[in-house]
Design a protein around this ligand. Structure first.
Ligand code: IMP
Length: 190
């Protein structure tokens, strides 16, 4: 009988389809700087961080621990790409806040600003609820693809026009668990 050899399963974290862009260490260094800046700017205040699900879940967890303030955290769900790599231009709230934000200082925490369609909608929506202030913290800015103007008050990194995954960012729900950020070289490749 001829033995059947199955191909070894490639590592998910060093998959050949991934080209590393920012290491886990680079990300943490930048987050420590952002946390220190936010701590200075909001000293004596009680901001509410609103993490945008699911992409910002890891970022908000690290950012809040780098921010030495009395603060609250909430999450919102906004529809994004689904299984595709380009936005449909349609924005929908899939999970709303459980608390009123009237009079609060809001820090929206987002993984990436691409066309800006999602954030311009979300920021306007939150401002209409009577918050005292609404500012945006974004880990990544894919500035070349912007269609709607969005002011990013605290930014991690500017990136080129490429599809990125890892550190919370997914492609069809895959790769969110990578400890670093990588460019997905070929979205068709498994
Ligand atoms: P925008 O509305 O085009 O700015 O898209 C924002 C949302 O699209 C982000 O919150 C992400 O969920 C998703 N997105 C945009 N670019 C990427 C990417 O390179 N990788 C993973 N998700 C992305």
């Amino acid at each position: 009988m001829i033995p059947v050899h199955s191909a070894p399963t490639p590592s998910e974290f060093s998959h050949p389809n991934l080209e590393p862009l920012f290491s886990a260490e680079q990300i943490q260094t930048r987050i420590a700087e952002l946390g220190a800046e936010i701590s200075r700017d909001y000293a004596g205040r009680n901001p509410l961080m609103i993490g945008v699900l699911k992409g910002a879940c890891i970022f908000v967890s690290d950012l809040m621990r780098a921010t030495d303030l009395r603060l609250g955290v909430e999450f919102m769900g906004i529809s994004s790409y689904g299984a595709a790599t380009r936005t449909s231009g349609e924005v929908r709230i899939t999970k709303d806040l459980d608390v009123p934000i009237e009079g609060r200082d809001i820090l929206v925490v987002e993984d990436i600003v691409d066309t800006g369609i999602t954030l311009s909608y979300l920021l306007a929506n939150l401002r209409s609820r009577g918050a005292q202030s609404v500012k945006l913290v974004a880990l990544l800015d894919k500035f070349e693809r912007r269609e709607r103007e969005v002011e990013i008050n605290y930014l991690g990194f500017k990136i080129p026009d490429a599809f990125v995954v890892g550190y919370g960012l997914d492609f069809a729900e895959r790769y969110r668990n990578l400890p670093y950020i990588a460019i997905l070289k070929n979205p068709e490749m498994q």
